[in-house]
Design a protein around this ligand. Structure first.
Ligand SMILES: Nc1ncnc2c1ncn2[C@@H]1O[C@H](COP(=O)(O)OP(=O)(O)OP(=O)(O)O)[C@@H](O)[C@H]1O
Ligand SMILES: [Mg+2]
Length: 395
């Protein structure tokens, strides 16, 4: 026990970065048991961790308290009944409490990250802004291509402001019984307006898809109108976040309802490298390997990077001698939609072509020794192979 106490202490310290009642309770239990068994010093050090976590909670502006200021209504609990579609009994929303929401901010380029942080800061100082009659933004539309972290971002924002999320998938709300869609939307917003929460409208484009159905023009107009009125009804009730992949399909009147609009782009090569490092934990790859993987994923999304990382983890855990090139080629072969077509062709053609393309890539400027190590060769055997290849090309 004492032998592992350093690790236990580190675990407790990490857990207390985002403390909650359950964590504090368990650490308290451990402290009491240690005390009882005569480990006074160890118990004391856990007590110290608990009291400094409590002190920092008291000193920092409490997010939970803030949430009482920035959203009106009753408190949502796990027992609060969620509204359902009257015909099918399908729930109209899913509730995520702050403990279920992600702690880590998604990784974007610095500009976007700073812009997002500034909105979140504004929201966390909501009461101060209200005091001087400044109305802070209370709705935000997040859009961009699939798999770039939009839903993750929306949930992270809610976590920052310390409110539960009422997650509505419009696709679900609008299925089959078109006639009841307006009623469902009305019920959903009435529910969100009643409680302190962030209303998250994911896959917001579903409404636009409906508009393309010429047989339903009248009904769709009604649905769009209901949605517009419902969005207006959210003002001064709480935050609303819309997420969509197809922003161009959204009605301009809906666009205008959102105070802030954030476009999430495809990850740049730096962002991709960052994402890969994060998703690959606990595996460690060196900088040239990460740069190489990011090169292979140029134009792909963060979700693709997560998927590739899972492949690499599986391969390297099951087979210690796995080779990054073999895994990458397998991934390219079996995930054709996740890899840019020209990169895929280069990878799957021949190693000579693959190496030559990497060496000639002006933006990444790979070093010969790095490529040699990735391909499991010595730099001199790589040069020999490349000169043989050049000779055969000349002949
Ligand atoms: N920039 C990013 N930072 C951190 N994680 C990311 C990022 N992009 C994607 N991911 C991860 O990829 C997965 C998919 O992300 P998410 O569902 O948020 O994407 P999305 O943009 O909402 O996709 P879709 O448009 O398909 O709904 C999640 O596990 C998420 O954590
Ligand atoms: Mg999403």
């Amino acid at each position: 026990m004492v032998k592992y106490f350093n690790i236990i202490q580190a675990l407790c310290r990490s857990a207390l970065i985002n403390p909650n009642e359950a964590i504090s309770h368990q650490i308290n239990r451990l402290k009491d048991s240690l005390e009882k068994d005569g480990y006074a010093q160890e118990a004391k050090s856990l007590e110290g961790l608990l009291s400094s976590s409590q002190a920092s909670l008291e000193m920092s502006p409490s997010k939970i308290q803030k949430s009482f200021v920035i959203a009106s209504g009753e408190v949502l609990t796990a027992k609060t009944p969620v509204p359902v579609d009257k015909e099918t009994s399908t729930p109209l929303a899913e509730i995520f409490f702050p403990n279920d929401l992600p702690n880590d901010m998604p990784i974007f380029n610095e500009n976007i990250q700073l812009a997002i942080q500034s909105i979140v800061n504004e929201w966390m100082k909501f009461d101060r802004l209200l005091e001087i009659n400044a109305t802070p933004a209370s709705s935000c539309l997040i859009y961009g291509i699939p798999g770039t972290g939009k839903t993750h971002l929306a949930k992270w924002i809610a976590k920052q402001i310390g409110l539960p999320v009422v997650l509505a998938r419009l696709e679900g709300l609008m299925s089959s019984f078109l006639g009841t869609t307006s009623r469902n939307i009305g019920n959903l917003f009435a529910f969100a307006n009643k409680y302190k929460c962030v209303l998250l409208l994911d896959e917001f484009d579903a409404i636009a898809k409906l508009r393309n159905d010429p047989q339903e023009v009248g009904e769709v107009k009604r649905v769009v109108n209901t949605l517009l009125q419902s969005l207006d009804s959210r003002h001064e009730k709480g935050f609303t976040i819309g997420v969509t992949n197809h922003e161009s399909l959204l009605d301009p009147a809906i666009w205008r309802r959102f105070d802030i609009q954030i476009e999430i782009p495809r990850p740049s090569s730096e962002v991709m490298a960052h994402l890969l490092k994060k998703f690959l934990i606990p595996l460690e790859f060196n900088e040239s390997e990460i740069k190489f993987l990011a090169w292979c994923l140029e134009g792909s999304s963060g979700a693709d990077a997560e998927m590739l990382s899972k492949w690499l983890k599986r391969a390297f855990v099951l087979e210690k001698e796995s080779n990054i090139i073999t895994v990458m080629k397998q991934f390219a072969l079996l995930n054709s939609g996740r890899i840019n077509a020209s990169k895929r062709n280069v990878m799957l053609h021949s190693d000579e072509d693959f190496i030559a393309t990497l060496l000639n890539d002006k933006t990444c400027s790979f070093k010969q020794k790095d490529i040699a190590s990735i391909f499991g060769m010595t730099p001199s055997s790589l040069s020999k192979q490349m000169s043989k290849f050049k000779d055969s090309e000349k002949n």
